[in-house]
Design a protein around this ligand. Structure first.
Ligand code: ADP
Length: 580
């Protein structure tokens, strides 16, 4: 129970909890061994003092040297173990946490990414984990170790003399009280610093994304000025935060050290009244300076732990977001896509209302309608990229909300407008369609998608790197790469978003040819922008303001003379022949 809470608080993995226990254990041992050193010193000193008046030789030099050597050895071994248990193990913890977070993000519904900004997520995976790394390696074990060992030593001190014990230890709870009291301020500062940091990285990311526009409109100076302000602000907030924590930490440390003064004061009085001897005071003074050392260290560590809490919370927030789950098997009867009374909202505002239609296997179903009517949304929902709010979507009579999205998507190919291309070779970019496809299969798909001729024109053919997001390729070429991917995957359902940008005639024909090969025999849901596609579709679903306005074959809809008919007529009058 406690362990679960602790684990959450510090965003630790199971292994991390084990490691922290180990680290704590070895820190306790190290601190006790150090105290052992102090006791050796005490023993030697008191032996020395006792023998002095009698004028004899110093007591057993050999055994003293033996003790010291034993102490050094023990000290070395335990420090080594402590090091291994703290720093040594943390590397794996960092790695598995990053992988864990990334894996979690991969499974989260797309809706999550609409709400959280990407700079923020990257900051969590890299920055927050880095901050936690320091806490895991430097703070937890040391801190808990210091608590336990000091507790043990304090109890021993009370046995020796409770008056001196109080005189030397009163500062510890006061110092910690002060620090915990300052926690709210520390939290607030940490939040502020984090926000300022995100603003800076947001601003940089935004500029990188819009670098062309910024250059083209001569806005560099204005942008830099804004960035400068944000960086200054970040620095200001950070300095203020650190000053605040520094102040509290130092005050706490000074208060704790005042224990030395009170011990001397109380001790001197006790000696004068004859209730203790000098050696006991000497022992206390030796011990408390050693107790302060780990505590001093831990005061600074506590401050760091407070600050890290914000990072841990942000990491846990990712872990706590529910993933889209479902059964690991998907055995539909055929691949008809059926929408039944589907209602959906991205946030509060519903954008699809009571949408029902069927896209049959072996047919091309075209979604048409004005911009913003919900065509892309329907396509996304058909693949469970988002969760619907009302109604049900079935594929081959299976409710897709019961199927694990990862399994479900094996049956889908998506050819969307924004083709995502990776900074890798052409070959690998196509191979993404089906992991493990042979080079020959990739080439066959490329050929069928009419990619061959432009690939051969590239300097290294299939092995040409295509630059980040396909910077080297034209729009039509990119789309053909994505068609090649889909051909390679050969999934029974194709979701297709036609390019809105006009392609030149040659490209257009090549894309159309490639598509016709891809679409044969599949369940095709196409967001149609072109008359040609619409006319060739088996079925048309006309959307208007998130509702199905009409559906039927092109001929039926033309004969009915409704919205579709009017859109077609409008299109024919305008030169573009675009349908939107
Ligand atoms: P279409 O594809 O027909 O142009 P969309 O399906 O893209 O229409 O959009 C339907 C409605 O949903 C629009 O009002 C649009 O503003 C809204 N919308 C689309 N995507 C998002 C999103 N990621 N977050 C919030 N609202 C969105």
């Amino acid at each position: 129970m406690f362990s679960k809470k602790f684990q959450r608080k510090f965003a630790l993995t199971d292994q991390g909890v084990e490691n922290t226990k180990k680290g704590t254990f070895w820190t306790v041992i190290v601190n006790l061994v150090v105290m052992g050193g102090v006791s050796i010193l005490y023993l030697l000193m008191s032996g020395f003092m006792r023998t002095l008046p009698e004028g004899k030789h110093l007591p057993g030099v050999v055994s003293a040297v033996g003790l010291v050597i034993l102490f050094v050895l023990l000290s070395f071994v335990t420090h080594l173990q402590q090091y291994k248990a703290t720093y040594g193990l943390v590397y794996n913890e960092v790695k598995s946490t990053r992988l864990g977070l990334a894996e979690r993000l991969r499974k989260l519904p797309l809706g999550y990414f609409g709400k959280r900004d990407l700079a923020d997520l990257t900051e969590t995976i890299m920055g927050d984990v880095n901050r936690m790394e320091h806490v895991w390696s430097h703070v937890l074990g040391y801190l808990y170790g210091a608590y336990i060992s000091t507790g043990v030593i304090a109890i021993c001190l009370f046995f020796y003399d409770w008056r001196l014990a109080i005189a030397s230890l009163w500062g510890v709870p006061v110092a910690f009280g002060l620090l915990f009291g300052s926690r709210k301020t520390a939290d607030r500062n940490a939040q502020r610093t984090k926000k300022a940091a995100v603003r800076v990285s947001d601003s940089i990311q935004e500029a990188l994304e819009n670098i062309r526009e910024i250059r083209a409109t001569n806005q560099e100076e204005r942008y830099l000025e804004g960035l400068n302000q944000k960086i200054d602000e970040h620095e200001r907030v950070m300095i203020r935060g650190e000053l605040g924590t520094g102040l509290f930490v130092n005050a706490a440390s000074v208060i704790m050290r005042m224990g030395v003064a009170t011990t001397i004061l109380v001790g001197a009085n006790l000696i004068l009244s004859g209730s203790i001897d000098f050696m006991l005071l000497f022992l206390f003074l030796l011990v408390i300076t050693r107790i302060y050392a780990p505590f001093d260290q831990s005061l600074a560590l506590i401050a760091e732990m407070f600050v890290s809490q914000v990072s841990a919370d942000r990491m846990m927030e990712i872990y706590d977001t529910p993933v889209a789950e479902g059964s690991g098997t998907f055995e539909p009867k055929g691949h008809d896509i059926v929408f039944e009374h589907v209602g959906f909202a991205y946030d509060e505002k519903e954008v699809l209302h009571d949408v029902s239609f069927t896209a049959k296997e072996g047919e091309v179903t075209a979604l048409v309608g004005p911009s913003g009517s919900g065509k892309s949304t329907c396509a996304r929902l058909a693949a469970r990229l988002w969760e619907i709010d009302k109604g049900v979507i079935k594929v081959g009579n299976v409710d897709i909300s019961t199927v694990d999205p990862e399994v479900l998507l094996r049956d889908y190919s998506m050819v969307f407008q924004e083709v995502v291309l990776f900074d890798d070779t052409v070959m690998e970019n196509i191979r993404l369609g089906r992991h493990g496809a042979t080079d020959e299969e990739v080439q066959a798909a490329a050929k069928a998608a009419n990619c061959e001729e432009f690939i051969q024109r590239l300097p290294e053919g299939y092995d040409t790197p295509i630059g980040e997001n396909g910077a080297r390729l034209s729009g039509g070429e990119r789309q053909r790469i994505s068609i090649a991917r889909a051909l390679l995957k050969d999934a029974p359902i194709i979701l297709l978003d036609e390019a809105t940008a006009s392609l030149d005639v040659e490209n257009e024909t090549k894309v159309q040819e490639a598509l016709s090969r891809l679409l044969a025999g599949k369940t095709v849901l196409v967001i149609a922008h072109r008359m040609r596609t619409v006319e060739a579709a088996d079925k048309i679903v006309v959307l208007a303001e998130g509702r199905v306005a009409e559906e039927g074959s092109p001929a039926e809809l033309m004969a009915r003379g409704g919205l579709f008919c009017r859109m077609v007529e409008l299109q024919q009058q305008s030169a573009g022949w675009r349908l939107e």
